[in-house]
Design a protein around this ligand. Structure first.
Ligand code: FES
Length: 172
């Protein structure tokens, strides 16, 4: 069945549109809404968003392919982003990545067999003083060790007490 916003999300989008000078200016928030509903931006999501914003699907696709926060394939329930930029590299982010790859049995850009986690490498997460750093969904975790990673992931999957994030990110 082709993608359509739920009535609630469509109402949210209609409200958002009143805050922008043009429909096109609301492309990013519209795509965030769509990804929150669908999990990723499929072709029919792009077509639906394009229709609502009076754009061509190609114009929407340009935006989707430009921003790394949009996924064009199905992803896991939780997204793990490991920073690979120099300060984290100097603090052995490879060890973090190796531990995640081994313990989750997943490769970079892959999704675990249970569909819980997708593992990504990303550029600086702006918390270099806490290197090595990763984000899980909206939460940032620094000064990582294998033990701390196990505690964090255990907290998310309910297998251990949740770890405390040093800093939390909001996403628009
Ligand atoms: S280099 Fe990793 S957070 Fe900045």
């Amino acid at each position: 069945m082709p993608f359509e916003f739920t009535p609630e999300r469509r109402a949210h989008l209609d409200d958002l549109l009143t805050h922008y000078p043009t429909k096109r200016a609301a492309t990013l928030p519209a795509l965030h809404l769509a990804q929150a509903q669908n999990g990723y931006i499929s072709q029919d999501v792009m077509e639906h968003v394009a229709e609502l914003l009076d754009l061509s699907p190609a114009q929407v696709q340009d935006v989707v392919t430009f921003y790394p926060m949009f996924f064009q394939e199905p992803v896991g329930k939780h997204i793990i982003r490991v920073c690979k930029t120099l300060p984290c590299m100097l603090c052995d982010c490879k060890k973090v990545l190796d531990h995640l790859r081994e313990s989750l049995e997943v490769e970079v850009e892959g999704t675990t067999a249970d569909g819980n986690f997708t593992l990504l490498e990303v550029e600086c997460l702006a918390a270099c003083d806490q290197a090595p750093v990763m984000m899980v969904d909206e939460d940032l975790y620094g000064n990582l060790t294998p033990e701390k990673i196990d505690e964090i992931l255990g907290g998310i999957t309910g297998k251990a007490a949740p770890a405390k994030a040093e800093r939390r990110h909001g996403r628009g």
